[in-house]
Ligand binder design. Structure first.
Ligand SMILES: Nc1nc2c(ncn2[C@@H]2O[C@H](COP(=O)(O)OP(=O)(O)OP(=O)(O)O)[C@@H](O)[C@H]2O)c(=O)[nH]1
Ligand SMILES: [Mg+2]
Length: 451
């Protein structure tokens, strides 16, 4: 039997002990199983309280069974969900019995793959299911919902329709080799392709948003040794994550923690202090700190208010860009000595005591402001693409650029048409107009089992 027409079963909830566990079954046998387990005929989309007995008649648990007849189910096939008590032992017994009754264990992501194969969602929506489950912040959740509602799919369909219009115009001339595109058509095609290239580029630019949302805003805490960087990380994280000591040079390696600040998720990175006169090991730490600074989305420069301004490498000062950095003046509980340097006048400055917690609320709201502007989201039509989309869009863009090159140099129409067809295929990959089963299997294999 082909893989995709077998009846599959898996635990849809996380493994381990919980109040309930949910076992999902999808495929042609789901209706029969619903009748065997609960009342016959099964009520559609209504939870039925029943006792689950194995094929051999052994009573397993009190369960709720819900039957969703296809095609209006999550997978588009007959789907049965059985909620049992959340003991791994019970769920396992039910699963084993289902296998004995003719199901096979579902692979990772196979339920969502079937939803895709039955046209219940396009590929971007299937990916959004994963984004939704893994969202670490409210913003990430909002973006995942937007994808799940098909925002990217609709955008791709619109671009595809426009491209098809151009292809039709160009191909009309292929059958007449003696004729070239008349100048007015050439200009029209060029204009349409330029607009497509610009819109493709605009979508590509949302890749960065996508990364910020999915991975978190990479925030690097830098400053002189002993400024209180690790203390600040601990404050923000809410527990003693990093070692703190009065000895300068305490932090040698990077410490990374994810935190949620307002609607945002941050990857907070503590670094080794930037010493003006470092030993060999410190030197390596500092080099690494500078590398981290170069990759940072946000830089948090920590200055100790109780000491004079320390040495700060030029490589750091150059990266203190407004909108992407802030200055934290720490240790305000001590007598002030620091004279703030002129280069920070364009940056937000927050005064805190990592020791007492004073000013931390102000720091949190300043971080929120900066993240808000990093992630300015047009609420209505916000799209954030992922690495796979970016890959296809990059290929689409180069196809469009090649085509535009041929328009300018008056290259042969057949070659122009072939560039456009390649672009069309790249657009198609995004929503999943892919004929290649292997690519699809690979993609869905990154999902978890039961999804
Ligand atoms: N009084 C006071 N002391 C603080 C404050 N923040 C940190 N400290 C102290 O300053 C010392 C250094 O703190 P750390 O958090 O280890 O500083 P760091 O910047 O991570 O230092 P290195 O890892 O060595 O570069 C410790 O003794 C802390 O207790 C503060 O707000 N007020
Ligand atoms: Mg430290």
């Amino acid at each position: 039997m082909p893989r995709h027409s077998e009846t599959i079963a898996a635990l849809a909830t996380a493994a381990g002990t919980a109040a309930i566990a949910l076992v999902r079954i999808s495929g042609p046998e789901a209706g029969r199983l619903a009748r065997e387990i609960g009342p016959s005929p099964p009520a559609a989309r209504r939870a039925v309280h029943t006792g689950y007995r194995t094929q051999a008649g052994e009573w397993v648990d009190d369960v709720l069974a819900t039957f969703f007849p296809g095609p209006h189910s999550y997978t588009g096939e007959d789907l049965l969900e059985i909620s049992c008590h959340g003991s791994p032992f019970i769920a396992q017994k039910i699963l084993e019995d289902l296998l004995a009754r003719g199901c096979r264990p579902a692979g990772p992501g196979e339920f969502t793959q079937r939803a895709f194969l039955h046209g219940r969602m396009d590929l971007t929506q299937a990916e959004a299911v994963m984004d939704l489950i893994h969202a670490r912040s409210e913003r990430a959740l909002a973006a995942a919902h937007q994808l799940l509602r098909g925002a990217l799919g609709r955008r791709m369909n619109e671009l595809t329709d426009r491209l098809l219009g151009v292809i039709a115009r160009v191909e009309a001339y292929i059958d007449f080799p003696e004729e070239d595109l008349p100048p007015e058509d050439r200009a029209g095609v060029q204009q349409a392709l330029q607009a497509l290239a610009a819109d493709t580029e605009q979508l590509l630019a949302t890749r960065r948003y996508g990364e910020l949302l999915r991975d978190g805003v990479k925030t690097v805490i830098v400053g002189a040794p002993n400024a209180g960087k690790s203390s600040l990380l601990n404050r923000l994280v809410g527990h003693e994550r990093a070692l703190v000591s009065a000895e300068p040079g305490t932090t040698r390696d990077f410490i990374e923690e994810r935190i949620v600040v307002g609607p945002h998720c941050l990857r907070l990175i503590d670094t080794a202090g930037l010493n003006s006169n470092p030993g060999t090991i410190e030197k390596m730490g500092i080099e690494k700190s500078l590398e981290r600074i170069a990759e940072a989305d946000l830089i948090m420069l920590v200055l100790d208010s109780s000491t004079p301004l320390p040495y700060l490498p030029k490589a750091l000062i150059d990266r203190l860009i407004p909108g992407r950095s802030l200055v934290v003046i720490n240790k305000i509980d001590l007598a002030p000595v620091l004279v703030a340097p002129p280069f920070i006048t364009t940056l937000p400055v927050v005064r805190v005591s990592a020791l007492s917690g004073e000013g931390i609320d102000g720091l949190v709201s300043e971080i929120t402001n900066l993240c808000d502007s990093l992630l300015t989201i047009d609420k209505e039509d916000f799209i954030s693409i992922n690495a796979r989309h970016s890959d296809s869009l990059t290929r689409a863009k180069s196809g469009l650029q090649n085509a535009l090159g041929k328009i300018t140099t008056g290259g042969p129409i057949e070659l122009l048409a072939s560039d456009l067809r390649e672009t069309l295929a790249s657009y198609g990959e995004i929503v999943g107009k892919i004929d290649n089963e292997r690519i699809l299997d690979q993609l869905f294999a990154t999902f978890c089992i039961g999804k």
